[in-house]
Design a protein around this ligand. Structure first.
Ligand SMILES: CC(C)(COP(=O)(O)OP(=O)(O)OC[C@H]1O[C@@H](n2cnc3c(N)ncnc32)[C@H](O)[C@@H]1OP(=O)(O)O)[C@@H](O)C(=O)NCCC(=O)NCCSC(=O)CC(=O)O
Length: 396
């Protein structure tokens, strides 16, 4: 009896701190820098900007990769003029990290703020009501980071709880959303602003066999979401309920994808084996996550919000999961319109999926109540989240 009162008090305090119900995405926003390069012109642009037109074989290979990329256009913070002003970006013998970090650290807060302002406007409450800020990027490793300047630009409270995490590659936005779910569900009244932002000037380099793929796929942008759990205010409208989040690391794939910070900028290593590794393991990874809901037996009865890292990775999802054509259409559209924007991409996919749910176009319309958010990053790490579209489902 002597110890029962403190335990009860502690339990009461613990329960009182928790939110009421499942976290949900309450609003979304996206943005891109102004410089838009069409993918059918990219090889010409890239070899001209890097003064490499004499490397005819590499240029032809780049053209073939671009043709197969499923991308129509991409946006970049860097421009021909900016690259032209930094010869050290093209000569790996020269250090360029400090200059590159200066550029991306200056670029990211404004880019992120443009997306975040849209999300906050849609959310309908004042920016000062944001309690937590989670920022993900592979375009910077400075401290204080882009999150501090972003908080100031948006007028967030000085007491906002900030987390910034770096170098999770294509999975960065999904990691941030998983953290936001935990924060929202475990802190009564929390409203988490989640941001993925990329300015790939940190990785821009001249052509060689290793660089071509990253140069052909990656683009710049920012995505933002406001995440919260109950009780909701009268202006808040859930878009997707974030039902269950999980992460798996594919065994024996440590060397398949890597991101290294070097004196000459960010270096991506992407194994040609990655699509096969993903195809062979993705169904098994998802089985445990989907089983509690009885969703594992009908994967075509779900909506799919997958990060379109590349056409080959989308192909691996389609084959590995046995998905019907069209199930990855939202991801394909984002890849086509923007390329792979690493941490920012998932917010564009969720936004596209939300539009498709309300679309008057029968071909594009997506009606499934339950869905999966999916991304791969270095590790190889698989980020998964079971979503319930709030326009169809009722929270239990
Ligand atoms: C590059 C592709 C668009 C090419 O499409 P196809 O395979 O249909 O076409 P294809 O076979 O004719 O290949 C066209 C040319 O691309 C080359 N090629 C193919 N895969 C390559 C790779 N991983 N690295 C370098 N070059 C590659 C081929 O050799 C070929 O050159 P040639 O014509 O000279 O013979 C595709 O293979 C693809 O999407 N690959 C990327 C897969 C991937 O691992 N993505 C991960 C992104 S990063 C990520 O997800 C994690 C993260 O960063 O966090």
């Amino acid at each position: 009896m002597g110890t029962s009162r403190p335990v009860t008090v502690l339990e009461g305090v613990r329960c009182g701190q928790r939110a009421n119900g499942t976290a949900a995405v309450l609003a979304l926003g996206t943005s891109n820098p102004a410089n838009c390069v069409r993918q059918d012109k990219y090889a010409d642009w890239y070899f001209r900007v890097t003064k490499s037109d004499h490397l005819a074989q590499l240029k032809d290979k780049m053209k073939r990769i671009c043709e197969k990329s499923g991308i129509a256009k991409r946006y970049f913070y860097h421009t021909k003029e900016m690259i032209g002003g930094h010869p050290e970006f093209l000569d790996r013998a020269l250090p360029s990290l400090r200059t590159r970090l200066g550029i991306t650290t200056a670029a990211m807060p404004e880019l992120a703020a443009a997306a975040a302002r849209k999300a906050i406007a849609e959310w309908g409450r004042p920016a000062a009501d944001i309690t937590h800020l989670v920022v993900s990027t592979s375009s910077g490793v400075s401290s204080p980071g882009a999150d501090v300047r972003l908080a100031a630009l948006l007028g967030l409270r000085p007491t906002v709880h900030r987390i910034m995490h770096c170098l999770h590659g294509c999975a960065g936005g999904s990691v941030a959303l998983r953290l936001a779910k935990d924060l929202a569900e475990n802190n009564l009244g929390a409203r988490v602003l989640v941001v993925g932002v990329e300015a790939t000037a940190l990785a821009f380099r001249g052509p060689d066999l290793d660089a071509l793929l990253a140069m052909a796929l990656f683009g710049d942008g920012a995505g933002a979401a406001v995440v919260g759990a109950g009780p909701m205010s009268s202006v808040e409208r859930p878009v997707f309920r974030m039902v269950l989040a999980s992460q798996a690391t594919l065994q024996g794939t440590d060397n398949a994808v890597g991101i290294k910070v070097t004196e000459s900028g960010l270096h991506f290593k992407i194994s040609p084996e990655m699509p096969k590794m993903v195809r062979d393991s993705i169904k098994g990874c998802l089985a445990d996550t989907l089983a509690p809901f009885g969703l594992a037996s009908d994967l075509n009865g779900l909506f799919w919000a997958a990060v379109p890292a590349s056409p080959a990775i989308l192909g691996s999802y389609q084959t590995g999961l046995g998905l019907e054509p069209g199930k990855l259409a939202a991801s394909q559209r984002v890849l086509c319109e923007y390329g792979n924007m690493l941490a920012a991409t998932i917010f564009f996919v969720l936004d596209e999926m939300r539009c498709r749910r309300g679309s008057g176009n029968k071909e594009e319309r997506e009606n499934c109540e339950w869905g999966v958010m999916l991304a791969m990053g270095p590790g190889i790490t698989v980020e998964m989240m079971v979503l319930q579209a709030a326009d169809t489902g009722k929270e239990d």
